[in-house]
Design a protein around this ligand. Structure first.
Ligand code: 5RP
Length: 220
């Protein structure tokens, strides 16, 4: 059983006619977006708000009408994946590098439904290194300041060169160990000049849809 597919497809239950829907990024929400494309072909009226260039391309291929943040103030529902989630509904996101747009979209969403497989639901966040999006300008300085918080930030690479986000920035993957106060760390990181955004999502997720290998889906 593909637990990601199960979770992604199940989340479609929350999509209703005439909604503006935030479309997340990654291999789990991919299955939700495919289904939304099918529903649009059958006549469902929705507008999607993509959280990455990759998702924008997928939505265009599927014929999902899109709208940008420039012309809306609120999103009815966002469906997105996560790299880790705890029982407080706090998330680590950004494994795919789309955390800034994902957080902006989530921040104006009335409801955020998170789709994931069971391996990502953890007692404490932090085994997955926290992605932090930073400016290219002065990035070594920003890295030193983040290190001083007690972690080893690693510059994300792709094909042996720095990975560049859709926004033209770098990502530092930060091993903090167990993150017991996600709210505080979120705020502390975002106070550092050079940090654009970090992958901690606090008070954003409302619903979790968790696919299990045994074919079962849990919804919290
Ligand atoms: C991208 C993300 C993704 O939602 C997260 O990495 C989960 O991805 P996947 O569903 O492929 O495991 O935050 O920035």
């Amino acid at each position: 059983m593909d637990a990601k597919k199960l979770a992604g497809e199940k989340a479609i239950e929350f999509v209703k006619n005439d909604m503006i829907v935030g479309l997340g990024t990654g291999s789990t929400v991919y299955w939700a977006i495919l289904k939304i494309g099918g529903l649009v072909k059958q006549g469902l009226r929705i507008k999607g708000v993509p959280t990455s260039i990759q998702t924008e391309q997928l939505a265009n291929e599927l014929g999902i009408p899109l709208v940008g943040l420039s012309s809306i103030n609120q999103i009815d529902l966002t469906i997105d994946g996560a790299d880790e989630a705890n029982e407080e509904f706090e998330l680590i996101k950004g494994g795919g590098g789309a955390l800034l747009r994902e957080k902006m979209v989530a921040s104006i969403s009335k409801r955020m439904v998170v789709v994931m497989d069971e391996t990502k639901y953890v007692p404490n966040l932090g085994k997955f290194p926290l992605p932090v999006e930073i400016t290219q300008f002065g990035w070594e300085m920003t890295r030193r300041q983040i290190s001083a918080l007690g972690c080893e930030p690693a510059l994300r690479l792709k094909d042996n060169i720095p990975f560049i986000t859709d926004n033209g920035n770098y990502i530092l993957d930060c091993h903090f160990g167990e993150i017991l106060d996600a709210n505080k760390l979120n705020q502390t990181l975002n106070m550092i000049p050079g940090v654009v955004e970090n992958g901690l999502f606090v008070n954003m997720a409302d619903t979790m849809v968790i696919g299990n290998r045994n074919g079962h889906v849990d919804i919290f």
